[in-house]
Ligand binder design. Structure first.
Ligand code: FAD
Length: 331
């Protein structure tokens, strides 16, 4: 699209507040907009987005498009897509940033197709080539073993950024921004799927993706029962439990536990892996962990290459001893 300008973040909201992924995208968007010397805006979709709009401004948005329609009160891909398609055509942004959440994975390729442009998926970092004003997106390839720098020729240049790749900037309640109402005409018949029921997963304690400490179990645990020992350790440390894909595929824990390329990306301060080999696809989801402690009975396991501390041993011996030692320290 000719004369495209500015950076548009597609923001998600949850429970009437700005989602943490939207705040992360605004942090990325601020850097990109500053390099371009252009405006940063955010699109918020829903039936009422007043509170998240103010939060978005405090997180760095210059402008908020309040994309409203009663049919947008719940996420529905066809309707959200139709609304974003009209907004992008009207606002004509140079760059569009989306989160690679479940919704983002569904929307980003479809939006790019509708607009006839490319898409950089699963990005860890975005920047601007100042000479050409082109968006450069760094994304892992070959299961996380290499980083490709992708640029898209046509505008809008769309990138879907991995959650937790950026830290949200501090909120500044004194920031001023513009809220632009963008009502969209939608017809319920545009929706080709219907949400029959929304079941919220009950989870105790801290969410895996927000936890400062994560204890993950792998195939070497041999079954679902040992995960209760990992739960005890995680609880003592104020953390959450994760898993490798092998443990998830074996049906030992729900898929929401999976860390890795096709699971969650986590950035805890402490990541304890138990009987996980350290395949590149697993490490792709935890490369942002500040300190990895690996427990594995095979001294040659890959995980020890990435771990700061390693225990070569059987989890059946190490986990009870470690849990006991932590309990004593906490008492
Ligand atoms: P294994 O590789 O089987 O390792 C088990 C480990 O347990 C071994 O190192 C063994 O020494 C150790 N062990 C065994 N018994 C004990 C014991 N008693 N005490 C201590 N240690 C013990 N994987 C992910 O995790 N996340 C992903 O998102 C993901 N995405 C993928 C996407 C693609 C496209 C592909 C192809 C693969 C993906 N995988 C992913 C799978 C990945 O390649 C590995 O197969 C998986 O991570 C292996 O899980 P694991 O380490 O639990 O099992």
């Amino acid at each position: 699209m000719a004369d495209a300008t500015g950076v548009l973040v597609i923001g998600q909201t949850s429970a009437g507040a700005l989602d943490s992924t939207a705040a992360e995208l605004l942090a990325a968007g601020r850097l990109v907009a500053a390099s371009l010397g252009e405006e940063l805006s955010i699109a918020l979709l829903g039936d009422a987005v007043d509170a998240p709009a103010q939060q978005a401004i405090a997180h760095g948005a210059d402008k908020v498009y309040s994309v409203t329609n009663p049919l947008l009160s719940e996420y529905q891909a066809d309707l959200y897509l139709a609304a974003l398609d009209s907004l992008c055509r009207e606002a004509n942004p140079r760059v569009v940033l989306m989160a690679r959440t479940n919704d983002g994975r569904e929307l980003a390729p479809r939006l790019a197709f509708r607009l006839g442009v490319g898409l950089a998926q699963d990005c860890l970092e975005v920047s601007i080539d100042e000479a050409s004003k082109t968006l450069l997106a760094n994304r892992p390839v070959y299961g996380g073993n290499a980083i490709a720098v992708v640029s898209c020729e046509h505008t809008p240049q769309i990138a879907a950024i991995r959650p937790k790749a950026y830290e949200p900037t501090e909120m500044d309640q004194s920031r001023q921004g513009q809220v632009v109402s963008f009502p969209v005409d939608l017809d319920a018949s545009q929706a080709r799927t219907r949400v029959v029921e929304t079941v919220r997963e009950e989870s105790e304690g801290v969410k895996l993706e927000d936890a400062r400490v994560v204890v993950s179990g792998g195939r070497g645990l041999g079954g679902p029962e040992p995960f209760s020992g990992l739960e005890d350790l995680a609880k003592l440390l104020g953390g959450a439990v994760g898993a490798s894909r092998a443990a998830v595929d074996s049906g030992w824990v729900p898929s929401s536990y999976q860390v890795g390329l096709t699971g969650k990306s986590i950035t805890p301060d402490l990541y304890i892996t138990v009987a996980i080999s350290g395949a590149s696809q697993h490490m792709a989801g935890c490369s942002g962990a500040k300190c990895i402690v690996a427990i594995n009975k095979d001294a040659d396991a890959n995980i020890f290459k990435d771990a700061r501390y390693g225990v070569v041993g059987d989890w059946e011996t190490v986990i009870p001893a470690l849990t006991e030692a932590v309990r004593e320290l906490m008492d």
